[in-house]
Write a protein that binds this ligand. Structure first.
Ligand code: FES
Length: 126
């Protein structure tokens, strides 16, 4: 496994997000809760972009499409496609519940480094 240098830490202010390519993967970097997280840039529900997701006070992200919620650190599911009301249950059932992929991230020499050599997400499977 190897760390890959991405962007300068200064490019990611509080609440900011940026999609970077690390190896073959599109990784979404997010600065929130005084940390930088590296997660999949797409939602595990339908694979739609997470970049505009809402950040929550409990260090999570909510998908802008059907509002699945995930823990930024572990990728654990907090909610699975609850939107829109009523129809969300049907939409949620179209895809098996999966954790959001998360990746090891560190800041070194003023840059954000990400490791994506792992085949599986770092979060536990549900
Ligand atoms: S694509 Fe994210 S909740 Fe449906």
């Amino acid at each position: 496994m190897a760390w890959e240098k991405t962007i300068s830490e200064s490019e990611l202010s509080a609440g900011a997000r940026k999609v970077v390519k690390v190896g073959e993967k599109n990784v979404l970097l997010v600065r929130h809760c005084d940390k930088i997280f590296a997660i999949s840039s797409t939602c595990p529900h339908w694979g739609l972009p997470l970049e505009l997701g809402r950040l929550t006070d409990d260090c999570g992200i909510v998908c802008p499409w059907h509002r699945s919620g995930f823990d930024l650190a572990t990728g654990d599911v907090k909610a699975w496609a609850p939107w829109p009301p009523g129809l969300g249950v049907v939409l949620g059932a179209t895809s098996r519940q999966k954790v959001l992929s998360t990746y090891p991230v560190k800041v070194e020499d003023g840059s954000v480094w990400v490791m994506t050599e792992q085949a599986e997400p770092t979060a536990s499977k549900k």
